[in-house]
Design a protein around this ligand. Structure first.
Ligand SMILES: *[C@@H]1O[C@H](CO)[C@@H](O)[C@H](O)[C@H]1NC(C)=O
Ligand SMILES: *[C@@H]1O[C@H](CO)[C@@H](O)[C@H](O)[C@H]1NC(C)=O
Ligand SMILES: *[C@@H]1O[C@H](CO)[C@@H](O)[C@H](O)[C@H]1NC(C)=O
Length: 948
């Protein structure tokens, strides 16, 4: 047809070369195989052999087949996933990231999609549209960025389906440490509520892996996330191996890639109360078994193919439980191995060389960047490394993770993939955010986009149809509202197999510069230090500057005040003229050079000058919501404060004061944790932390400095007791109504014990009551309880609600009751039933819970659920502001991250005492800005983060 015009072909001839060369090779191999079979059949008279011989010959010949698309794949005029009725689409005038030329090719042009595949890419002005009739849908992309659909190489979507229910845990089998016969497909729930959400984030395909409880967890499958007309798990598959229908596949069909999950290290050890030694043996025992079967097969085949038909047993030696592992040894399975530390990577690489099988990718691989040579020593090809950007320190294995790992690995010529591990670790809706952060911390932009598109597709053996915007590839396309690597980039339309997935895509207006690749800081030194210190580089400020510090080239200053954050634009035009003079940690002057640089300032040798390159000074952010300051490594009890006992769950020992114990988070604080210092370096200067608890009773919160290294340092403790925290929810607790009853009794009944005396302070309004609750019915009950209290006591109750995933339903009521909200996490996920009614935000809904609350005048802050994520608060808040399409001002956004949180959680300090943050190349909410110094009025100094 006409769409196969020459325009595109000639345009891409050179870059086609290497790929066509590879395909050429594959084709030759295939042709050779067919030729060999013909030759063999010609020279051997099958009719003289026993009848089973034909089958055996076919089987034996098929073992030599390399997986991959059949040679006629390139002639396909429609996709095997094509849904009848799919309208052809001409997407006009986009900025197309094609995936070619190592991810550097961007063409301004059009994309024609028909019958589930991309028919043509380039300038299609010559196209005769009448051949499509009225069926053709023409969409003007208006210059928008277009990328291939994102491919998530590590997902459990459907298998650990959301919301979590007792009946939906299908990700892990605990019936054996080695189970290559299990298949993730068999648990795939088509009603996981996150399919549409992840699609709205641009994720079109995912490798659904079994979990990592077992050393060999089973076979994995690639699915597309869209709903199919058949509505079955099978119909979601992309190029499934033929085994899914057959016990053993038809040897006459071309062979397709299979996928398998393996896991090293802590998880199998924990599941089976074993050790790394046990897991390694489990692998070796399994592979020895598979190797034995393979050797028998090879022996059998060598007899069959040499016309030696006098076999004792005429059956091809095969065992259903082990056939997939035998295929691993034949190099026909993409092995995806969860493996973190140097010890695990080394163990596994040894295993691959002992049994001679290749690994497609190491996942999580937190220490891969420290041992690139080990990775390269793996049997066959160098495995891909699939990483999280910043998710780390949740167990020993992840303690030495570095945000600079993608950069370091790329420098070593190792291909990096970014992945979600949805929903166990991250929300795959935000897979592009992983690529953005990898880019922010130094992964080149072309590789960052490729890490979730083309390279991800190649890792799955599906680079011939996924991961590129190319003629003949699947019509999986994302149209973005900004450059895909700009923070907050959101699809405005997502096509899967040519079918648009967003019904009424909501487009947020963004400033023009969001269409360009963002500028990011250079982290060469930090990346080198991460390697030098084996993942634990020193994080304390490089220098403490006493006396006078002059910040030059300052564009704006934001200062916390009694009524929020006030901004001052020093200079609209030439930022070089803006100056801020800081004396003993306090701003003495912020204005133009002429005004501030007076007297001896310019000549005084003791004055330090810091160039902010058009940057800014703003309030340090305040972290809330995680155990920050109470843990070093999440799942290591010996590094943590632990959980408080709860009188509602079990009786509390008398030595603790019995059931009315109330603990102080301040007593368990650990200073200088890596999460704290990393947050500090990212501009989050303090935290408010409640005691870690699993049920109703929390305890007394504390406000402390994230830069302090011990409790006795000046300003380490900001406020010993902030508010009184409890949680009300549905998880493994006594009933919700019992929890509410307990709270009612504490508010309205007699004061008993320590809890009673602090509830007296709540009753008198000297500290706030902070209740974690997500469900709107629970939030409504709390509002009723509040008014009950106020009617009875004739006093108002200071109440703040945190979590609050469903708070948008009660925005007006919350505003009327004067109840503030700390949204935790910033971006909602329907992970449990009690928070499933989220307001997802663009591109699904225009409003978010945050925007609805702000519109009603509710005071709002944003929290982080996990301590590692505290550092991301500036991104979280900037993203929320971007998503609001200009509805949230800079001042308001800075307030959401600082003074609002303090006010809502009971910090009563003079805002003049808050730390300030100096950023280079923008303000703290600009994606490309870099935090260079912390200005501390309490410590009367400036901490310089870098020494250069
Ligand atoms: C791909 O791009 C990266 C980063 O820009 C570069 O280091 C690498 O050499 C490139 N690879 C090829 C094959 O051009
Ligand atoms: C499985 O069987 C069904 C029904 O015969 C068929 O439509 C489908 O294409 C088969 N799938 C594979 C991967 O062989
Ligand atoms: C700064 O602190 C030093 C040492 O305490 C003191 O001598 C000096 O007067 C202070 N300067 C200002 C401007 O407060």
């Amino acid at each position: 047809m006409k769409a196969h015009g020459n325009t595109h072909r000639s345009l891409s001839l050179t870059s086609m070369f290497s790929r066509s060369f590879l395909w050429g090779l594959a084709f030759l191999a295939c042709a050779y195989f067919l030729f060999y079979r013909r030759l063999w059949q010609d020279s051997t008279d099958l009719s003289q052999g026993p009848p089973y011989i034909q089958a055996a010959v076919a089987k034996c010949l098929s073992l030599q087949q390399e997986p991959g698309p059949p040679p006629d794949f390139w002639k396909r005029s429609r996709s095997d996933r094509y849904e009848p009725g799919t309208r052809p689409v001409l997407l006009k005038g986009g900025r197309i990231w094609t995936g070619r030329k190592n991810g550097t090719e961007v063409i301004f042009g059009d994309v024609l999609m028909e019958k589930g595949i991309i028919k043509s890419v380039g300038n299609l002005g010559w196209l005769d549209l009448t051949t499509f009739g009225s069926d053709l849908q023409v969409i003007d992309a208006k210059g928008a960025w277009i990328t291939p659909g994102l491919v998530d190489v590590h997902s459990h979507i459907g298998d650990f389906s959301l919301p979590v229910l007792e009946g939906s845990n299908d990700g892990n089998s605990l019936h054996g440490i080695v189970q290559p016969w299990l298949r993730s497909l068999d648990g795939l729930n088509t009603h996981d509520e996150t399919y549409p959400l992840s699609l709205a984030g641009g994720v079109t395909a995912s490798l659904v892996l079994p979990g990592s409880a077992d050393a060999i967890g089973g076979q994995a499958f690639v699915i597309k996330l869209r709903e199919t007309s058949e509505k079955s798990p099978s119909s979601m598959l992309v190029e499934p191996p033929y085994q899914i229908n057959d016990t053993f596949p038809d040897p006459n069909l071309p062979f397709r890639w299979r996928h398998m999950k393996h896991a090293c290290g802590e998880n199998p050890s924990r599941t089976y109360q074993g050790t790394r030694m046990d897991t390694s043996w489990a692998f070796r025992e399994a592979y020895a078994k598979a190797r034995k079967i393979k050797q028998e097969q090879d022996k059998f085949c060598s007899s069959v193919l040499n016309s030696n038909w006098q076999l004792n047993d005429p059956h091809f030696p095969e065992e259903l439980q082990w056939e997939a592992l035998v295929d691993v040894l034949r190099g026909r399975v993409k092995v995806n191995t969860h493996c973190y530390e140097a010890v695990d990577l080394d163990d596994f690489v040894r295993l691959t060389n002992e049994f001679e099988f290749p690994v497609a990718a190491f996942h999580h691989a937190s220490e891969a960047y420290l041992v690139p040579d080990v990775i390269k020593r793996a049997y066959g090809n160098t495995p891909y490394i699939a990483l999280f950007a910043t998710f780390a320190r949740y167990k020993r294995e992840a303690y030495r993770s570095s945000e600079f790992a993608p950069k370091v690995l790329a420098q070593n010529g190792i291909t990096v993939l970014m992945k979600s591990d949805h929903p166990a670790a991250l929300d795959s809706r935000h897979l592009i955010y992983e690529a953005q952060q990898a880019f922010f911390y130094g992964l080149p932009h072309n590789l960052a986009i490729a890490s979730v598109t083309s390279n991800a597709a190649e890792a799955l053996g599906l680079g011939h149809r996924l991961g590129y915007v190319r003629e003949g590839w699947d019509a999986d396309i994302v149209v973005w509202d900004s450059h895909p690597l700009a923070l907050g980039a959101t699809p405005t339309q997502v096509f899967v197999d040519g079918l648009p997935q967003l019904r009424a895509a909501i487009k947020v207006e963004k400033p023009a510069n969001f269409q360009r690749l963002p500028k990011v800081p250079r982290f060469d030194k930090e990346a080198a230090e991460a390697v030098k210190y084996e993942g634990l580089p020193p994080l304390e400020p490089a220098k403490k500057l006493l006396g006078t510090v002059v910040f030059t080239n300052v564009k704006s200053v934001y200062r916390p005040g009694a009524y929020g954050v006030q901004g001052q634009t020093i200079t609209e035009g030439n930022a070089e003229l803006g100056v801020v003079v800081v004396q003993n940690g306090t701003i003495a002057c912020s204005s133009l050079q002429d005004t501030c640089l007076t007297g001896s300032l310019l000549t005084d040798p003791d004055v330090t000058m810091v160039d902010l390159g058009g940057g800014s000074i703003s309030p340090g952010f305040v972290s809330y919501g995680s155990p920050l300051g109470l843990e070093d490594i999440t799942s290591e009890p010996s590094t943590n404060d632990g959980f408080v006992p709860d009188g509602l769950v079990q009786s509390v020992p008398q030595i603790l004061g019995g059931d009315f114990l109330l603990v102080h988070a301040a007593d368990g604080l650990q200073f200088g944790t890596r999460n704290a210092l990393l947050a500090y370096r990212s501009g989050i200067t303090s935290a408010i932390t409640a005691p870690s608890h699993k049920a109703f009773v929390g305890g007394l919160g504390v406000s402390f400095s994230l830069g302090a290294l011990n409790k006795l340092e000046k300003n380490a403790m900001i406020q010993e007791i902030t508010g009184l925290h409890v949680s009300i929810g549905h998880f493994s607790r006594p009933s919700v109504s019992s929890q509410v009853a307990a709270l009612r009794r504490l508010l309205l009944g007699p004061a008993i014990g320590a809890m009673g005396s602090y509830f007296e302070k709540v009753k008198h309004g000297s500290i706030p009551l902070i209740v974690e609750a997500h469900n709107s019915d629970i939030i409504a009950t709390l509002l009723i309880l509040k008014s009950e209290f106020e009617m009875r006591m004739r006093r108002s109750l200071r109440l703040t609600i945190t979590g609050a995933s469903e708070a948008h339903f009660l925005a007006k009521e919350l505003a009327d009751a004067g109840v503030g909200i700390i949204l935790t996490p910033a971006r909602p996920l329907p992970s449990t039933w009690e928070k499933r009614r989220i307001l997802p935000g663009p591109p699904i809904t225009r409003e978010t819970t945050l925007s609805v609350l702000l519109k009603h005048g509710v005071t709002v802050g944003i929290g982080s659920e996990r301590a590692y994520a505290a550092r991301e608060l500036p991104f979280d808040i900037a993203w929320a502001a971007i998503e609001s399409g200009g509805q949230i001002s800079k001042e308001e956004a800075f307030g959401i991250g600082s003074v609002n949180i303090e006010r809502l959680l009971g910090v009563e300090r003079d805002s003049a005492g808050m730390d300030l943050v100096a950023t280079r190349g923008g303000d703290l909410l600009d994606f490309g800005a870099e935090v260079v110094a912390i200005i501390s009025p309490e410590q009367e100094l400036v901490g310089l983060l870098r020494d250069d």
